[in-house]
Design a protein around this ligand. Structure first.
Ligand SMILES: [Zn+2]
Length: 403
């Protein structure tokens, strides 16, 4: 809004909302100064925002006698968004306020073979329960953010490639939700939304690489303050980058020694289970390794095989990340996903490889840390994804224009 020229179109209610939300203007006088609108025009637009509930008016104490100035504030309680982060075997749902703060949340366990209709149907029932818990009604829902573990055509919300979930290829996902909740739906990749969430949690960092290491491996890139999806939404798909010294394990994608078949949580479960079977006479208790949680538990107990294998996985992850660090020079590499519970040996391996393979200029002040939002980053990121959309000036104007 600053720098508007006299020939610009008059500021809309949506643009005024952005000034208030961003803290650039807090009174009608300030809005008039920022936009060049008359007092009457400012008052009319502010009234519509007040009626809609997007802003509230707070009357503070007068500084030195006189009439106290009414301050306008973004009303985080002026509606809700629904967030649904679909995973391979567990999905998370939440109702959030307009700042993305979680009001109610729950998880949904399901087999990977569950199709989109069944899973989104179950998720709708769960979201209805969460709305009740949050004391929110349907009328206040402003949008839905959805993430899936695959690539997405963000313009129309179609899934494009979802190798980990059979039956999810090329599905128009929004209609499965809008029949029950007729609001805007935004869909994105699971690691992309985690990157959005971690970016919001680190307001001082504009360049970060979010790495999710769970049953698969993927990355989301925020560069110059913006999430980078790439030309076809496939930016950050590092899981199928081959590593150089692998043992020759074939990957479902047709390549050999992809990061995902050697260093993912699923790969570690496979390798540790094989180790347990190969050494039946060892003087250690028999280990049950069937899930990523077992790997994490063994690392926490200091099991030497688990610690060693996780460190090697970290080194392989670091090998691939080193190229990314050289290319985009992030300030922060945030690690998330189910294997983050084994952070110490994992990150030791990552650091070892990155420092060996990246330029000193790129690693000097590089932070490698567990994500701040842990297992909540998925739903918080889904909320941020859809909030960016529905609270944009154009969307606010569109919503106000509807009867
Ligand atoms: Zn592969």
């Amino acid at each position: 809004m600053r720098g508007r020229t006299p020939t610009s179109a008059p500021a809309t209610a949506g643009e005024i909302f952005r000034l208030v939300r961003d803290g650039l203007a807090g009174t009608r006088t300030e809005i008039g100064r920022e936009t060049g609108l008359s007092r009457t025009a400012v008052a009319a637009r502010v009234d519509r925002l007040l009626t809609d509930g997007l802003v509230t008016e707070v009357v503070g104490a007068a500084a030195t006698g006189g009439r106290p100035a009414a301050r306008l504030e973004f009303n985080s309680a002026g509606g809700t968004v629904l967030a649904l982060s679909v995973g391979v075997s567990r999905s998370k749902a939440a109702v959030c306020d307009l700042t993305g703060t979680i009001l109610a949340e729950d998880t949904l366990d399901h087999p990977a073979s569950v199709g989109p209709e069944r899973l989104l149907g179950d998720a709708i029932a769960l979201l209805e329960k969460l709305l009740l818990e949050a004391g929110a009604d349907d009328a206040g829902i402003r949008g839905i953010g959805l993430s899936i573990p695959g690539s997405v055509d963000g313009r129309n919300g179609w899934s494009v490639g979802v190798p980990s979930l059979p039956g999810w290829e090329r599905i128009a996902l929004p209609p499965l939700l809008t029949e029950r909740f007729p609001v805007p739906v935004r869909v994105d990749n699971d690691v992309n939304v985690m990157a959005l969430a971690e970016h919001a949690a680190h307001p001082d960092v504009d360049d970060l690489l979010m790495v999710k290491i769970g049953s698969g491996v993927g990355a989301g890139l925020v560069s110059g303050g913006f999430l980078q999806r790439g030309a076809w939404g496939a930016a950050g798909e590092i899981g199928h980058t081959p590593v150089h010294d692998g043992p020759g394990v074939g990957c479902g994608c047709g390549n050999v020694d992809c990061l995902e078949v050697l260093a993912s949580g699923r790969a570690l479960v496979r390798d540790l289970a094989a180790h347990a079977g190969a050494a039946p006479d060892r003087a250690v208790p028999v280990r049950e390794v069937s899930a990523i949680g077992d790997v994490v538990a063994l690392v926490k107990q200091g099991d030497p095989d688990a610690v060693r294998l996780v460190r090697i996985a970290g080194r392989r992850l670091g090998e691939v990340l080193a190229a990314a660090v050289n290319l985009v020079n992030p300030a922060l590499v945030a690690i998330g996903g189910d294997l983050v519970g084994a952070f110490d040996p994992l990150v030791a391996g990552v650091r070892e490889a990155i420092y060996r393979r990246s330029m000193a200029a790129a690693t000097q002040n590089l932070r490698i840390e567990p994500g701040l939002l842990a297992e909540r980053s998925g739903v918080i990121g889904c909320a941020i994804l859809v909030l960016d959309e529905v609270l944009s000036p154009a969307a606010v104007d569109g919503a106000l224009a509807r009867p």
